[in-house]
Structures are given as structure tokens and as C-alpha cells.
Design a protein around this ligand. Structure first.
Ligand code: AMP
Ligand code: GLY
Length: 424
């Protein structure tokens, strides 16, 4: 069995690590991969945006299944291309991926399907958008409709701040084409929850819940980032809540995607706000989350490979058992580069001590330069500790993150704090 993993971050490192655990005999290749993934896979320098070259690679290598990590190749139609060339792939078509790649499409679909989500208006004209800001009142959220690497969302505390966001997106084109269309959205209050479901388009199986930490600094302060850490399981995600989310959110969303001819096959990630009125969708992603994947997969005791093959090769999950989970806790701390998220510096030498038992290091943005591991991205490493309590896992993840050495290192020392205080 041979698999191609598309991507080169911590999420893809965790996928490779888990697939190799599921089946040590599986042969992995990765494009482009990274020095951490290289421990399990042959890494080949093919650009994520070149879906033609990725399909040719899968063909030449006679790959049984390709697993796509990031959203960009999905938006670029990698699944459509693979299907045309008769190649198996895990990941939705570009049309189905619009659930993430166009927030305007996603909002419209949710409204039509009666899926609970914040009220919102879509605008392309700054005057109209500011009228919507005034009508909604602060706090209010302004979002670029397209992909903006996690930076296209402004949670504005005042109308003036929201109006500045409108201008920077619609007039100054801060996010280019991704911000040609924006959403002005109701501010939702509550705790956030990330829930992944794997689906063949009709049947789906939920994973355990996780919580991300989007802000750069301890105490959930500072700017939004791609995610500074995560933990799983989130005790908020009780079986009853997961079943409510399944029936009020996941089922109608998958049905609406089928009805519009864009059946979604792959991993659907619901970013939820648990409000006083029940769970509401903040956003959907069309792929595994990063860094939630690095916290969730170390707790999966059943085979991920079996799930990916069922969706990507057989096209059906109906004969596959739900995944099973360890009853331990996982806490993942992201170690970011100097000046992340604004202008992360690259090329700083990294000293990586040997991790103790129960601690797993996933490479997010690293490169090998003349035999030296160096920083090569905003998020550099993700450190997952698994232990019998969230407090112990948090302590071990933090302690190891403290031992990693590179210039300008940033990491949060409070990942999992909500769960730690709930469990105290
Ligand atoms: P997104 O990229 O859509 O996940 O948004 C990034 C972050 O902005 C989310 O994780 C939330 O913390 C916050 N956010 C987005 N939309 C809203 C909303 N309607 N109300 C409150 N916070 C939001
Ligand atoms: N953890 C946020 C994301 O993957 O988009």
C-alpha cells in the first residue's frame, strides 16, 4: 500500500505519524513534506498549487490513495483533477470545498438549510457594508469571504474599527480577491469548539471534540493566528452535544451540499460557538484542522488509514465502525517564529532536545539547511503531550516547548487553561 500526503506542516506530520502507526508496512511519500515528515516518508519538492504535477506524481508512483492536508490545493481543484485522471483521493472537490473557500457560499447554504449560525450580510460595496455595520451594532465581525490564511476575520469592538476593516478589505484590497466580497456578521458569545467529522457525503462519523487557541498571547490576548495550541478531548463536547450538532448542523449541511450537486467527501471541520441558544457555526473548513489534528490523532486508538481508504478508495463509510479513542488527554503547544503572525522570520537554527516519553514533536515550519534544522514558517513546531489528566498533559507540553531553542521563539504557556480549570 502506498500513500501520498499533500502538504508540509504539523497537521501532515501528524497524519503521516498516525498512518505509519496504523500500518507500519504502508509506504508514504509526501509533497512537499518537511524534515519531520521525512522520518516516515520520502519527500518530493512539488508545489501545492500545481495540481497537475501532483496528479502526475501520484500516477508515476502508482499511489493507492492521496491524502490532502491544506485547503489551497482543494480550492485549486486537486480532487477534480485526480477524479478525471482516475486517481483515488481523500479530499472534497473544489465545488464542495466552497464550504470553506467562500464564506458567502457557506452562509447562504446554512441559511437555506436552517443550520444555526450568526446572522450575516454579504457585501461588495463599502457604503452598503458600513450600513450593515451600523445596523448590526458593535461588537461585530467583518470577514473576507475567500481564503486569507486565518487572517481575514476582524472581531471589531466598535463600529469605527469595523468600518476600518471594511475599508481595508473592500477599498484597499488587503486580502486581494479573497476580500472582494465580505461578510458583516453578528458577534457570537460563548466557548468555541472544533468538531471534525469524516464523511463519504452521506454517512459521517464524528471525532472527539477539540478546542483551538487562536490568539497569540496567554489569556487569549493579542492578534488572531492560525492557532497557537489545542487540546482534546474537550469535555464540553459530551455525547449529547455531539449528537445535537450532528442532527442540527452536520446532517443538514451535508444534505444541502448534496442537493446543490456538490457532495462533500472528506473531512468536514465545524468551527462552532457554544452559545446560550445552542451550538452555532462560526465557519466550516474542508480539511483537517491545524493544530487540532496534532491533539486529536494521538488519542485515536482505531485505524485512521481504514477511514481514509473507505472514503477515498471505496467511496463508502457505511461498513466502517466509528473510531475509538483513548481516555487520556492531549495538549498541543505551538512554537512560533519571531514576529509571527505579522512577518515571521525564517532561517533561525533550531535545537531540538530528545522528547520524553508521552511527548511527540510535529514539524510545522522547518527546513534542513546544510545539515542544520532551521525555522521555515510562522508556526515552527507543535508539541503534543499525552497524559492521564489535561493538567499533566499541559504541563509536559509546556515544559518541552520551553526546552526547544531558537532565536525569537514564541509560545503560549496556558494551552488548555479552560479545560484545566474545569477539571480542577
Ligand atoms: P474563523 O477564521 O472564521 O474561524 O474566525 C477566526 C476566529 O474569529 C474564530 O475562531 C473566532 O474566535 C472569531 N470569530 C469569527 N466569527 C465570529 C463571530 N461571529 N462571533 C464571535 N467570534 C467570531
Ligand atoms: N485550527 C484552525 C484551522 O485549522 O483552520
Amino acid at each position: 500500500m502506498k500513500l501520498l500526503i499533500v502538504g508540509g506542516g504539523g497537521r501532515e506530520h501528524a497524519l503521516a505519524w498516525k498512518l505509519k502507526q496504523d500500518s507500519p508496512s504502508v509506504e508514504l511519500i509526501a509533497a512537499p513534506g518537511n524534515p519531520g515528515i521525512a522520518e516516515y516518508a520520502r519527500c518530493l519538492p512539488v508545489a501545492l498549487s500545481d495540481v497537475n504535477a501532483l496528479a502526475s506524481l501520484a500516477e508515476e508512483e502508482a499511489v493507492d490513495l492521496t491524502v490532502v492536508g491544506p485547503e489551497a490545493p482543494l480550492e485549486a481543484g486537486i480532487s477534480d483533477m485526480f477524479a478525471r485522471r482516475g486517481l483515488n483521493i481523500f479530499g472534497p472537490t473544489a465545488a464542495a470545498a466552497r464550504i470553506e473557500t467562500s464564506k458567502a457560499f457557506a452562509k447562504d447554504l446554512m441559511v437555506r438549510a436552517g443550520v444555526p449560525t450568526g446572522r450575516a450580510e454579504t457585501h461588495t460595496d463599502p457604503v452598503e457594508a458600513k450600513r450593515a455595520v451600523a445596523a448590526m451594532g458593535a461588537p461585530v465581525v467583518v470577514k473576507a469571504s475567500g481564503l486569507a490564511a486565518g487572517k481575514g476575520v476582524i472581531v471589531a469592538q466598535s463600529s469605527a474599527e469595523a468600518n476600518r476593516a471594511v475599508d481595508s478589505m473592500l477599498s484597499d484590497r488587503m486580502f486581494g480577491a479573497a476580500g472582494r466580497e465580505i461578510l458583516v456578521e453578528e458577534f457570537l458569545e460563548g466557548e468555541e469548539l472544533s468538531l471534525f467529522v469524516i464523511t463519504d457525503g452521506k454517512t459521517f462519523l464524528p471525532f472527539i471534540g477539540a478546542q483551538d487557541h487562536k490568539r497569540l498571547l496567554d489569556g487569549d490576548l493579542g492578534p488572531n493566528t492560525g492557532g497557537m495550541g489545542a487540546y482534546a478531548p474537550a469535555s464540553l463536547a459530551t455525547p449529547a452535544l455531539i449528537s445535537e450538532i450532528s442532527s442540527t448542523i452536520i446532517e443538514p449541511t451535508l444534505a444541502a451540499l448534496r442537493e446543490c450537486g456538490s457532495e462533500f467527501r472528506g473531512l468536514l471541520y465545524a468551527g462552532l460557538m457554544l452559545t446560550r441558544d445552542g451550538p452555532k457555526v462560526i465557519e466550516f473548513n474542508c480539511r483537517f484542522g491545524d493544530p487540532e489534528t496534532q491533539a486529536i490523532l494521538p488519542l485515536m486508538t482505531s485505524s485512521l488509514l481504514e477511514l481514509l481508504l473507505a472514503v477515498g478508495c471505496d467511496g463508502s463509510l457505511s461498513n466502517v465502525a466509528a473510531p475509538s479513542w483513548s481516555d487520556l488527554s492531549a495538549v498541543t503547544t505551538v512554537i512560533a517564529a519571531e514576529a509571527y503572525p505579522e512577518r515571521p522570520r525564517k532561517g533561525d537554527a533550531i535545537h531540538l532536545p530528545k522528547p520524553p516519553a508521552g511527548v511527540q514533536v510535529f514539524h510545522s515550519g522547518t527546513a534542513m539547511e546544510n545539515g542544520q534544522l532551521v525555522t521555515n514558517g510562522g508556526r515552527v513546531l507543535t508539541v503534543t503531550a499525552v497524559a492521564n489528566s489535561v493538567a499533566t498533559a499541559a504541563e509536559r507540553s509546556r515544559a518541552y516547548a520551553g526546552e526547544v531553542v531558537f532565536s525569537g521563539k514564541q509560545f503560549r504557556r496556558d494551552i488548555g487553561w479552560r479545560e484545566v480549570s474545569r477539571s480542577a
